[in-house]
Structures are given as C-alpha cells and as structure tokens.
Design a protein around this ligand. Structure first.
Ligand code: HEM
Length: 466
C-alpha cells in the first residue's frame, strides 16, 4: 500500500538536498550522473527535495512508460527559471500546461503543417541549407570548429517556416543570436538548479546561479522576436498568411488574443529546435571522426545508394539502413536531453507504490535508459546494434530520445530529416579527419540544459576531387 514519498538522501530544512547536490556535482560533474549514482543507492524512483520542491527522478523503461502515459504527469513545473523566459507566466508550448498548453500545441502544429511542416517543401528547405553548408565547407582547407557548425542552418529551416525568412550562413547578427542561445543552454541544467529552487538568491548571487546569463540572453531573444512580429504585423495580408507568425496573428485577431503567447511559441521553436539538433549533429560528426570504420561504411552506403553527384533525398532513407543506424546510435549514446524536459504531477497520485504529491517535479532518466544495462557494451559506438543479421534496420523500444505520450517532442520528424540530410550531404562530399596535432575528440559532454560536445576541430577533406 502506498505510504510514502520515494526514498533519497536526507534533506536539510529549507535547502533540502541542494547542498549535497552542489557538493557531489564537484565529483561526478553531471546532474544526470549524480541522479544515477543516488538511484543505485536508493532505488529506481529517486525522491529528492530541492529547496522546498519535491522532486522525483524516474528510472527504468516500465516506470518511464507509466509517467509518459498518465495524464496526471502531463504538467510542467512552475519553476522561476521557466516563467522568466515568458513574461512571468505559463505561456507557449514547452513550459506551459493544462488547457492553454493543449490549445497552443494544437494550433502551432496546425499552422506548421499548413506552411509545409512534414511536406516536400520542408525537405527542399533542409536540402538547400545542406548544400549551402557543403559549399561553405568546401571553401576552406583549414580545420573547422565543429561545435556550432549547424546552428544557422537549423535556425534557417525553422525560421522559414515560422517567419518566412532565412539568413546567410555568415550573418553576424544571427551568429550572435546563436551564441546567446548556446550560452544560456550552458548556464544551468534543465531543472534550473538553484534559480528554480531558491529563486531569491538572484538578489544575492545572480551571476553564480545563472540568472544574469538567462536574463541577458532572453532580453536579446525577445527583442529579436518583438521586431520580427512587428514587421509581420505591418505587412500582414489576412487572406494570405505567409508563415506561422502570420497565421497566429490572424487567429489572435479573431480571438482578441495577446501576442505574448505567439512570442513564446516562437521562442520555444528557437530554443527547443536548434541546440537539440545542432548538438546531436555535432556528436554524429564527433563519432564519425573517432570511428574511421563507421565513417567508411557510411560512405560506402552513400556511394552505393545515392552515388557521387546526385543530391541526397529523404526517399533514399529506406535504403540507407546503416546511415539510419548511425543516427539512432548517436541519439542513444549522446542523449543530449539527459532527463528530458521536466514534467509535474498535477494532482496527488501514486507511482511504483509511493505517494507523489501534487506539484512534484519529475525528471525522466532518458540518458540512463539509453546507456543502461539493456544495451550490450553501452559505452561503445556501434550502429550495428540497430541492424538485424540480415542487415535490416531494427527499432529498439528502449530508445526514446524524443520522449513519448501527449507531450512528446513536436519536432521529431523535422529533427530526424535534418540529421539524415545533414549527414548524407556532408559524407557524400567529405572525409572527416582530426587535424594534425589535435587529440582525438572526447565524447565526454559539457553539461547544461542539453548536453553538448567539448570544443573540437575537424578537417573536411574533399572526396572525389570535389
Ligand atoms: C535531436 C533533436 C531533438 C531532441 C532529442 C528533442 C527532444 C525532446 C524531448 C525529450 C522533449 C520532451 C518531451 C516530454 O516532455 O515528454 C521535447 C519536447 C519538445 N520539443 Fe524536441 N527534441 C528535438 C528537436 C526538436 C525540434 C527540431 C523542435 C521544433 C522545431 C522541437 C520542439 C519541441 C517542443 C515544442 C517540445 C515541447 C512539447 C510539449 O511540451 O508539448 N524539438 N523534445
């Protein structure tokens, strides 16, 4: 019979486990590794008190499945860090919940689809960005810093849909905007840390808890978005919406709605849709420079199915099982969203025989799900684990990088297409090598809202005399 909160380290009054978290992080470096260490000691449902907030970290396929499929866990926490980016309110999609979230998510998806999301047009836009990127890479023989390689291309893909606009790959203002997003993603972990659990500390140590960084970045992002929406308003033709922003503005006009909601949806798309794909794509390159055999096998498949000259297309996907396996293996081993996006219990409930009070913050052990005992030698990058003996692609139900259930990622289709086309275009044209004198890049991540690769350079050597 459920009687108590899940076990975990003993909390202190007021601060709960926050001091132990900060202390232990010095040793284990990453939040997700610390949660895993503690769960080895206390169990698959790890109960914490962060400040005064009940927090549960959920491990194991079955328990994770249960959380993702029960409506009572579909809330998002009210944490200070989350509302800081949305005018102090719950707005938009990612950190919203209840009927406002359901409505905004539905409308955003409807408008995205009506402007080409998931269609041939979207593929054309991704392909154009890939070709621009290949062109840029072919102009230099010098080693290139890999870490933000895809940022502007990815923003362009999302932004053509949302705002009908693309930028040059060397656009200084957009590069600055990308740097801002990257910086804020490194300032805190997805829980928001001390900023979420003891927000009053922003008055005392704003720099240390990431508050200064988050507010600076969001001020700049909102300025960019306010201008973008203002431009749209000025040139709007209600009978011919050009993009998602136009469609939203028309909808808001009919319902007397506020454009703050639209602004946060745009922010959601920039924040959820850019670092995630960039970090995964960069990790894919990192694994390919580390594993020469994987790189060779991938190129053999590209040469066989697409050839040296034809532009890669999404219709090649079904015949490119090894490329698909490389993508799946990267999503697994690098798990850039190591605990997903926090959920919240919207009512008192039970889970795994324990009480979960309303308002409990729920983190999902995705990194552990993807790197735990289910997998043979999980630390090895081995795309073959996703292939059958006959060489067909084998999906594994334990791989859930986009979450699932009602709150699953709305960008999954786009992300998978981007990853496929980026890698097919680049590997058709280049060999990737570690520059002379540089060490082999480490797969150890930099922590943050998402995990990212440590800075490393790649030399892109043209293939086929390209
Ligand atoms: C490799 C790339 C990506 C990964 C690994 C990823 C992963 C995730 C995860 C784990 C969640 C949380 C699901 C949950 O709370 O249960 C999520 C939510 C979300 N993602 Fe993604 N994502 C990626 C790309 C994208 C892209 C390209 C977009 C948009 C263009 C996007 C937009 C969103 C949004 C709006 C949500 C919030 C959904 C909601 O709360 O209802 N993501 N993503």
């Amino acid at each position: 019979r459920p009687t108590k909160f899940p076990p975990g380290p003993k909390p202190l009054p007021l601060v709960g486990n926050l001091f132990s978290v900060l202390f232990e992080l010095k040793k284990v470096k990453y939040h997700h590794s610390l949660w895993k260490c503690w769960s080895n000691k206390y169990g698959g449902l790890l109960g914490l008190r962060l400040g005064s907030v009940n927090t549960v970290v959920v491990f194991g396929k079955e328990m994770i499945k249960e959380v993702y499929s029960r409506e009572v866990f579909d809330g998002r926490p009210d944490g200070f860090m989350y509302t800081l980016r949305s005018f102090g309110k719950k707005l938009g999609i990612v950190f919203n919940d209840g009927s406002s979230w359901a409505k905004t998510r539905r409308i955003a998806l409807k408008f995205m689809k009506s402007h080409g999301y998931g269609s041939r047009l979207m593929e054309e836009h991704i392909s154009e960005e890939c070709m621009e990127l290949v062109k840029m890479l072919s102009r230099t023989t010098k080693p290139v810093l890999a870490n933000n390689l895809f940022d502007v291309s990815i923003i362009n893909i999302v932004w053509r849909l949302v705002a009908g606009k693309r930028y040059k790959l060397d656009d200084e203002n957009l590069k600055k905007l990308c740097d801002l997003i990257t910086r804020c993603f490194k300032a805190v972990d997805i829980s928001g840390g001390v900023m979420t659990f003891m927000p009053f500390l922003r008055y005392i140590i704003p720099d240390i808890i990431g508050y200064t960084e988050m507010t600076t970045v969001h001020r700049a992002l909102h300025k960019f978005l306010t201008e973008t929406i203002r431009e749209h308003r000025g040139t709007l033709d209600p009978d011919n919406p050009r993009d998602v922003i136009d469609s939203f503005l028309i909808e808001l006009h009919h319902n007397n709605g506020s454009s703050e909601d639209l602004q946060v949806v745009c922010l959601d798309m920039l924040e959820a849709g850019v670092e995630t794909v960039n970090n995964t794509a960069v990790y894919m390159l990192l694994h390919l420079v580390r594993e020469r055999n994987v790189q060779m096998r991938l190129q053999m498949e590209i040469d066989e199915v697409i050839g040296k000259e034809r532009t890669p297309s999404l219709s090649d996907k079904s015949r490119m099982v090894y490329t698909e396996a490389v993508i799946l293996e990267t999503l697994r081993i690098s798990s850039i969203a190591p605990v997903g996006i926090p959920h919240m219990a919207t009512a008192d409930t039970q889970l795994g025989g324990y009480d979960i009070p309303k308002g409990t913050f729920i983190l999902i052990g995705l990194h552990d799900l993807h790197n735990g005992s289910h997998w043979k030698n999980p630390q090895d990058f081995r795309p073959e684990r996703f292939l059958t003996k006959e060489g067909n692609l084998m999906q594994d139900e334990t791989l859930k990088p986009f979450g699932f259930g009602k709150r699953r990622c709305i960008g999954e289709g786009l992300a998978r297409s981007e990853l496929f086309l980026f890698i097919a275009h680049i590997m058709q044209k280049f060999h990737l090598i570690v520059p002379d004198g540089d060490p082999l890049p480490t797969a150890d991540p930099v922590g943050g809202i998402t995990l990212s690769a440590k800075p490393f350079k790649i030399q892109f050597l043209p293939r086929h005399g390209f």
